[in-house]
Design a protein around this ligand. Structure first.
Ligand SMILES: [Cu+2]
Length: 666
């Protein structure tokens, strides 16, 4: 078994690592083999070098993005292996205090366009993050604030910049700011969780290095390490007998190119993106007769994590991590056996860095199949006293960005029945603040827990929301679709037996806009993306049911400065017509944004949507009511939604699925 596992892991790396070709330069390279492949290291270098050569960039320039501009959909759909295709890059530059957007043809190395985007801020980049941290750590006001608390900068104290958000009228408005809290590693409650130094916050211009302000609001005495925490946390139990996910006869997954995935009836393309993490495209299901379109593209388009604590050192924490930091940039290497089964295919991903080059994140994505341990279907026949059935299996595509304290497990799970479940698991640890209350009988407990819960002695985790917007460019059996709502309607009937049943009412959306659940209605609804041009064998209209299990809308008032920048979170679903440049739910430039240029702007013209190529934007959201059970490390907290075929097939496409489980008994 061990030998097999090792061989498979190696096979995974071989299959997934692009083939190196001889280059004169030191830049590792491979050739893009598909129009939707991420830009290769040579293509990224070609774009950055051209900008430098043309005097548009120099050594001080930071690159918020050098990413693929996809060819038009029609070209991608018409493309077949071996045919040539165009390659275009979008570069977002921060150059001498200004933001520029450039388009480069990386095949001909031609600068097609470059223009300044006044007021726009690309994502936060390493060099400025470090500069802001270092500037604050030397600032006399910070040193005085630390001194008051008996602390000195050095190995016990460190500061880590956060995105600043936008709050009209505050100090530093209009500048490229970061807000910086500080921590101490003294008396930690857990080895990897530093203790926040409450009341201190720096506002730093990350370009000039000027420390604009240092808040020294309230002083909370640094709490002691209580008994049972820190070095005295409970020890792990002796190991149980281990469980494993194994494919003893070999994998059913086929990987090719950079990167095409095939598993049973499913095929799709995957690529890395600095901002989105992993982007899946051309998701199709072979129904035995033809490849059926399910999704042109699926990826996280933005996140929003607003904290619910009005304290000035907390209230700005309204993170939009995809656009501010980059889920792909902060993707973490996966640990075999912990993050993914040992026998997974682990894929290294190449991503653009901040300075016009690329880096490789080892084992950044894993692809694995697993038995769920559940029946795919079964039936017990009382007559013959036999069970017929089949065990379920599924394919998982996973990556895990780590954004400060949180690790987000992002899964796309494919089933033989034609379902795609999108799951987000939040783990890592709750953001915490130090308080005076040791427990709920302490004098300050009520005040300390007004906006969060005690999760450990002297430690409150403020309440907050997590919103993950997925841009779901679904194609229900082709691009021209409608969105319908089936509402469940309580319906009176007058029969000798029944007085009340439910019936379904169908309504078609005609315009772009937010799609709200019918909270006031009794029975709820189903949202389905339908294709009126094709029919299944029963002459029904194929559709994809957007089965929403985790739709939570933001409760923050729309006039709140944080909510005003993240309007996508106000509705669980938005419907737009496909536009090639409408890719991000909070717009292309959410960092420090002063207005929302995302989905609320996309739908402002309320275009007609009937029979169009539609994009749905679904937000998996949850309100995080923090608990002691979140501590010391937040056990992975999952939320999900499922895209299910409905009237799409003639019968269960999983009926022919043969798990081969009987071979295990041989
Ligand atoms: Cu949380």
């Amino acid at each position: 078994m061990k030998q097999f596992t090792a061989t498979l892991a190696l096979l995974g790396l071989l299959a997934a690592t692009p083939v190196a070709i001889a280059q004169d330069s030191a830049i590792p390279d491979y050739v893009a083999a598909h129009p939707l492949d991420a830009l290769t290291p040579m293509e990224v270098d070609a774009a950055a070098s051209l900008l430098r050569r043309d005097g548009k960039a120099d050594d001080s320039t930071l690159f918020g993005a050098i990413s693929l501009v996809e060819p038009p959909k029609a070209e991608v759909r018409a493309w077949s292996e071996g045919k040539p295709f165009g390659r275009e890059a979008l570069a977002i530059l921060r150059h001498k205090g200004k933001t520029f957007e450039a388009r480069i043809d990386v095949v001909t190395t031609t600068l097609q366009d470059i223009h300044e985007v006044p007021g726009a801020h690309p994502m936060i980049m390493d060099r400025e993050w470090i500069a802001a941290r270092d500037a604050l750590m030397k600032d006399a006001r910070l040193l005085a604030a630390l001194d008051k608390r008996g602390l000195k900068p050095g190995k016990d104290v460190f500061c880590t910049p956060n995105s600043a958000g936008y709050f009209p009228g505050e100090k530093g408005e209009g500048r490229r700011t970061l807000k910086v809290p500080c921590f101490t590693s003294r008396d930690k409650l857990h080895p990897s969780i530093a203790r926040p130094i409450e009341g201190i916050m720096g506002i730093v211009d990350s370009e000039s290095g000027e420390v604009i302000d240092v808040l020294d609001a309230q002083q909370v005495p640094l709490p002691p390490a209580p008994d049972g925490y820190g070095e005295r946390l409970p020890k792990q139990l002796p190991p149980m007998k281990p469980l494993d996910i194994a494919a003893p006869k070999g994998p059913n997954i086929t990987l090719s190119g950079n990167l095409n995935v095939k598993w049973l009836n499913w095929t799709f393309h995957a690529r890395a993106d600095k901002r989105a993490g992993v982007i899946l495209s051309l998701v199709r299901f072979n129904d035995g007769k033809r490849l059926r379109d399910i999704a042109y593209q699926m990826n996280v388009s933005e996140m929003f994590v607003p904290y619910m604590d009005p304290d000035p050192t907390w209230s700005y924490r309204t993170f939009m991590d995809a656009g501010e930091f980059g889920l792909g940039y902060l993707i973490s290497s996966l640990e075999p056996g912990v993050d993914c089964p040992f026998n997974s295919f682990f894929v290294d991903l190449t991503l653009p860095n901040d300075v016009g080059g690329t880096f490789i994140r080892d084992r950044a994505m894993c692809i694995f199949e697993r038995p769920t341990g559940d029946p795919a279907w079964r039936h017990y026949s009382g007559g013959s006293k036999t069970v017929t059935g089949e065990p379920q299996a599924e394919l998982v595509v996973r990556h895990i960005p780590t954004l400060g304290n949180y690790d987000y497990v992002v899964d796309y799970v494919f089933s033989p029945q034609g379902n795609i479940t999108i799951k987000v698991g939040a783990t890592g640890f709750d953001a915490v603040k130090s308080v005076s209350a040791q427990d709920m009988e302490s004098e300050s407990a009520a005040a300390d827990t007004a906006y969060g819960n005690l999760i450990a002695p002297y430690t409150v985790a403020p309440f907050h929301d997590h919103y993950f917007n997925f841009r779901l460019d679904l194609d229900a059996d082709g691009p021209d679709n409608n969105l319908v709502r089936n509402s469940f309607v309580p319906t009176p009937v007058d029969t000798p037996t029944r007085k009340s049943i439910w019936t379904l009412k169908q309504q078609r959306y005609t315009k772009e806009g937010p799609i709200m659940p019918d909270h006031a209605g009794v029975g709820g609804e189903m949202w389905r993306l339908t294709n009126s041009a094709t029919k299944n064998a029963l002459k029904q209209t194929p559709s994809l049911w957007i089965d929403a299990h985790s739709d939570t809308e933001s409760m923050i008032d729309r006039t709140d400065p944080a909510q005003a920048r993240a309007g996508f979170s106000a509705a669980p679903l938005w419907l737009t017509r496909y536009k090639p440049d409408e890719l991000w739910a909070a717009g292309l430039y959410p960092n420090l944004s002063q207005r929302d240029e995302g989905v609320p702007a996309f739908v402002a013209d309320t275009e007609d949507v009937i029979g169009q190529d539609l994009v749905t934007w679904y937000t998996i959201g949850f309100r995080h009511v923090t608990r002691p059970e979140d501590f010391p490390i937040l056990p992975t907290f999952w939320h999900e939604m499922t895209i299910r075929p409905a009237f799409f097939f003639d019968m269960d496409p999983g009926f022919t699925f043969n798990s081969g489980y009987k071979q295990l008994a041989e």
